[in-house]
Design a protein around this ligand. Structure first.
Ligand SMILES: NC(=O)c1ccc[n+]([C@@H]2O[C@H](COP(=O)([O-])OP(=O)(O)OC[C@H]3O[C@@H](n4cnc5c(N)ncnc54)[C@H](OP(=O)(O)O)[C@@H]3O)[C@@H](O)[C@H]2O)c1
Length: 258
């Protein structure tokens, strides 16, 4: 589980699962570049990481703006060197019924998730190959296996991401793997926003929405972001070298399929 000498680029690192992942990778010895749009939140994260003895830096970039994103990543490669671990994680699409979603919502979600992942991997792969070590871990959702009601744009995009990752897992050379982690109900700002959205759409009190979620989870509670991050960190480690192309739920047992 030692990641000393490895450089990790964690996308969506300013909050939630991404932030916890930056901590988990740094705790295992990785140098961390934390990417998101909010510079201030990233600065507070990198200060925390540096205070715990890690080498860490912020990279302000937007996964919706691919020209800006790739320019920022090129500068990082130039100044710091290759990235060995890429955690692809970003904001999930808004909730709501799929039938009334504009086509633009699907296009924008595909752009933010699949196209940014594809281009980032293409950019980082040569450095991984040179190092003989590469890990890409995508943060998707349990909807890869069971679509979630009222998250149709997200469901569609996650399935596309899972298909992309599985396809690419067959093409990557030895030593470079790609896997997905599928969070269940995880206690972050994203989940709080979804709860508020459902409550205002249905008129149900937020407490009832929350209780309805917990009733689906054998573990009987929400995940802590650190628990999802631990799975991501494991997949990033040398120990996980023979795991490739899988989608790992971290959902407290909510998915019912075998
Ligand atoms: N929490 C859950 O229960 C749950 C369950 C299943 C799946 N997921 C999925 O897991 C992922 C992470 O979830 P989370 O709960 O940690 O979400 P979160 O707390 O909302 O954090 C999302 C992160 O993504 C960054 N981000 C959003 N849009 C971005 C963009 N265009 N470019 C760059 N960074 C961007 C945000 O930072 P900035 O705003 O600073 O850019 C933030 O750091 C999401 O895709 C979410 O849908 C979450």
């Amino acid at each position: 589980m030692d990641l000393s000498g490895r450089h990790a680029l964690v996308c969506g690192a300013s909050k939630g699962i991404g932030r916890a992942t930056a901590h988990a990778l740094a705790a295992r010895g990785a140098e961390v570049t934390a990417l998101a749009r909010s510079g201030e939140a990233l600065e507070s994260l990198t200060s925390e990481l540096q205070a715990s003895g890690a080498t860490a830096r912020s990279l302000v970039a937007d996964l919706d703006d691919h020209d800006g994103l790739l320019a920022a990543v090129d500068a990082l490669l130039e100044q710091v060197g290759p990235v060995h671990i890429l955690v692809h994680n970003t904001g999930g699409p808004a909730g709501g019924p799929l039938l009334s979603a504009p086509a633009e919502a699907l296009r924008a979600a595909f752009h933010r998730h699949v196209l940014s992942a594809h281009q980032l991997l293409q950019r980082l792969l040569p450095g991984m190959q040179e190092a003989g070590y590469g890990r890409m871990i995508n943060v998707l959702s349990t909807s890869v296996y069971e679509p979630i009601p009222n998250l149709g744009v997200s469901n569609t995009t996650r399935a596309a991401m899972a298909a992309w990752a599985k396809s690419v897992s067959r093409e990557l050379p030895s030593g470079i793997t790609i896997n997905n982690v599928l969070p269940g109900f995880t206690d972050t700002g994203r989940l709080a926003a979804l709860k508020a959205g459902i409550a205002s759409r249905t008129g149900k009190p937020e407490a009832d929405v929350h209780a309805g979620w917990l009733a689906q989870v054998p573990e009987g509670r929400l995940a802590r972001p650190e628990e999802t991050a631990a799975a991501i960190a494991f997949l990033a480690c040398p120990d996980a070298a023979y795991i490739r192309g899988v989608s790992l739920p971290v959902d407290g047992g909510r998915l019912r399929g075998i």
